[in-house]
Design a protein around this ligand. Structure first.
Ligand SMILES: Nc1nc2c(ncn2[C@@H]2O[C@H](COP(=O)(O)OP(=O)(O)OP(=O)(O)O)[C@@H](O)[C@H]2O)c(=O)[nH]1
Ligand SMILES: O=C([O-])CC(=O)C(=O)O
Ligand SMILES: [Mn+2]
Length: 628
């Protein structure tokens, strides 16, 4: 460009819009905007400031352009993604790396130059006839140690609207920070739309992450996990920043568990997609801070965490009045909510597992729907997609811990929990012996069955360290090394726990009820403060029966049977040993930069299990260890 970026922007933008950009003193931003406006070539450009009018403009455009439709309840809208665009597309999500860089076999990469060339070709002139929305947000609370500014370019008013619900506004932060802003950049286009206003060219769906310029490109897709810049796209970039700078950027919920006499203890929980982060953090008598993404920093020797977001993009499948009373209430009140990929009939949303009668026809992610309808592959189409979601501000929730959400220094983390979908190996809850033992045998050794949150087969057990594998942008060993060191430096280390909500019996029935997790949380809270004893086993500390019995009565008003405890907390030596072998093999063979300590800690655990087997056999009752 012969003219400066700002001059170019002045030519392309209406004066009112241009003024908004010119008011931010940041040449890097101006150049970025000029470059992509030129490439995308939109027919109209709107710049959103933090004003309520600008947000309202986006909301209206989502409806005017047909990406959302109003429902009967004020504030409610519905959005549909293409039938084949219902989840994160792992195969077409790639980290762009310079020649010679090696992130290991678990991270999907592509040559940077090639990837940039491809994505720029795909995006050339893609916004002709469309309106480009330029929006500013921040990750974490504003003007805090956690704040990371970000700019989003998108031709989808649905994506922009979702971001207004999920993140804190950032225009004023950009103005305040000026040239100091080290911001993330997101360029998205839904591409050509079909008559239902869903992305059409799915064969050209691409999500490319350029670490070097901290820019993520997303094209020919609308599903939130592929498009909402500040969510999983930013996550790849912040993981890398965190590892470089020595803090943690994690796929975690953040919640307050209320202990005896008003004691407040904060927990994070790292579970893979669709494995219980939202459902855990929404337990009615505890308090939610966040349900998906957390930043954790070392502040004067304490681990302090914050919710990266300010809203929930939650799974709606199975949400019912009894198990999820708070979400249920929020979804049935006039809040600003986007329902996606649910069934609509007479302006009302319906979803599978809602515990109410569902109409036999309507409109859903497949278009006009009727009971028994089959897709092109011959599969029967359910009323709503398993990964159908709702998007809403945390403000809407009566159980929100507002103070914690806004705290510029975050909250002190008392416990960190790992968990996944595991039908036969881990007990429902246990505590690590120490930080390193927990990080390695619970976090780095996590496995979970695949779910409908990603395209592809469900129910396949997969290695998923810290529930973060889909999002990793640095070699696994480096990531784990950073984690271990982070804790070692802390003066007060959070306690580490592992949970498993998904144990099954021989017939495939769940061994636990959905609300049992409420009891595990109370137990962990007591353990953080040393209020109850526990039983030492080869894999960590497990609860004593009497404590759980008391807590089940107190928390759920239920009798907890000894037989249930014995079955659930049985130490399953063959499965545990097989798991250690699998994990060790993965790290030995596939993760070149594994820290040596990982093998040592796994080996120690193996030896403890072998010894226990010598004494008590393959399947050991928890009472055996209690007597020992
Ligand atoms: N069997 C069983 N299923 C559960 C339990 N808790 C949650 N689920 C199921 O797990 C799925 C929901 O998980 P969420 O809490 O929404 O998932 P999430 O971890 O927030 O997922 P993302 O938003 O994808 O990151 C739903 O299908 C629930 O029915 C439980 O205790 N037992
Ligand atoms: O990012 C998404 O699509 C939703 C989500 O939380 C996940 O898949 O972990
Ligand atoms: Mn998630």
């Amino acid at each position: 460009m012969n003219i400066t970026a700002l001059e170019y922007l002045k030519e392309r933008l209406e004066p009112e819009q241009f003024e908004k950009i010119a008011a931010i003193d940041n040449p890097e931003l101006h150049e970025f905007l000029a470059k992509y406006i030129k490439l995308l070539n939109p027919s109209k450009i709107f710049v959103a400031t933090d004003s309520p009018e600008d947000e309202e403009y986006i909301r209206k455009k989502a409806i005017e352009y047909g990406e959302e439709r109003p429902l009967a309840t004020p504030g409610h809208t519905v959005h549909f993604d293409n039938y084949y665009d219902q989840a994160r597309d792992k195969a077409n999500t790639k980290i762009l790396v310079p020649k010679g860089a090696d992130l290991g076999p678990f991270i999907n990469t592509k040559d940077r130059e090639e990837g940039l060339r491809e994505i720029h070709e795909l995006m050339k002139d893609i916004m002709i006839g469309k309106e480009l929305f330029i929006c500013f947000f921040v990750l974490g609370p504003k003007n805090s140690v956690f704040t990371i500014p970000a700019v989003q370019l998108t031709d989808s008013a649905y994506v922009a609207h979702s971001e207004f619900l999920l993140y804190r506004k950032g225009y004023e932060e950009f103005r305040r920070l000026g040239r100091e802003a080290k911001f993330l950049k997101f360029v998205h286009s839904a591409g050509e739309l079909d008559e239902r206003k869903t992305s059409k060219n799915l064969d050209k769906r691409r999500i490319y992450i350029d670490l070097e310029s901290e820019t993520v490109y997303s094209v020919n897709t609308q599903y939130g996990g592929n498009t909402i810049g500040l969510k999983k796209l930013a996550f790849r970039l912040t993981i890398r920043r965190a590892v470089k700078e020595g803090w943690l950027s994690e796929h975690m919920f953040l919640m307050r568990v209320n202990g005896p006499e008003g004691r407040k203890t904060y927990f994070t929980g790292a579970f893979p997609s669709m494995c219980g982060k939202t459902s855990t953090s929404m337990i009615p008598w505890e308090n939610i801070v966040g349900d998906d993404l957390v930043f954790i920093v070392d502040m004067k020797g304490e681990a302090r965490g914050t919710n990266v977001e300010a809203g929930v993009f939650g799974i709606i499948h199975g949400i019912n009045k009894e198990d999820d009373p708070i979400i249920w209430e929020v979804l049935h009140s006039p809040n600003e909510i986007i329902f996606s990929n649910v069934l609509i009939k007479d302006g009302k949303p319906y979803w599978t597992g809602m515990g109410e009668e569902i109409p036999n026809d309507g409109e859903n992610h497949s278009g006009k729907w009727w009971k028994g309808k089959r897709d092109a592959e011959g599969n029967e189409i359910p009323p709503s997609h398993k990964n159908a979601r709702f998007t809403v501000r945390l403000d809407a929730f009566p159980n929100l811990d507002r103070e914690a959400l806004d705290a510029p220094c975050g909250v002190k983390i008392g416990g960190m929990i790992y968990g996944g979908r595991d039908k036969d190996t881990w007990p429902p809850v246990r505590e690590a012996f120490d930080w390193t033992h927990g990080v390695i045998t619970m976090g780095a050794a996590l496995e979970s069955e695949t779910t409908a949150a990603t395209l592809g087969k469900e129910g396949v057990r997969q290695f998923n360290p810290m529930s973060i594998l889909d999002f990793l942008s640095v070699p696994i060993g480096e990531y784990i090394q950073n984690y271990i060191r982070f804790g070692e430096r802390l003066r007060e280390k959070p306690k580490i726990f592992a949970v498993n909500y998904f144990l099954r019996d021989e017939n495939g029935n769940w061994l636990n009820d959905k609300l049992d997790k409420a009891v595990w949380l109370k137990w962990m809270e007591l353990r953080v403060h040393g209020d109850v004893d526990a039983i030492e086993t080869p894999i960590g500390y497990i609860p004593k029966y009497e404590d759980l019995k008391r807590l089940f009565k107190q928390v759920l008003n239920r009798e907890y049977k000894k037989e249930d405890y014995e079955k659930q907390f049985m130490i399953r030596v063959p499965e545990l040993l097989a798991k250690i072998d699998r994990i060790e093999k993965i790290y030995r063979e596939k993760v070149k930069d594994t820290p040596e300590i990982l093998f040592k800690v796994l080996e120690e655990e193996k030896q403890r299990l072998l010894e226990a087997r010598e004494k008590y056999g393959d399947y050991i009752s928890p009472f055996q260890f209690e007597r020992a």
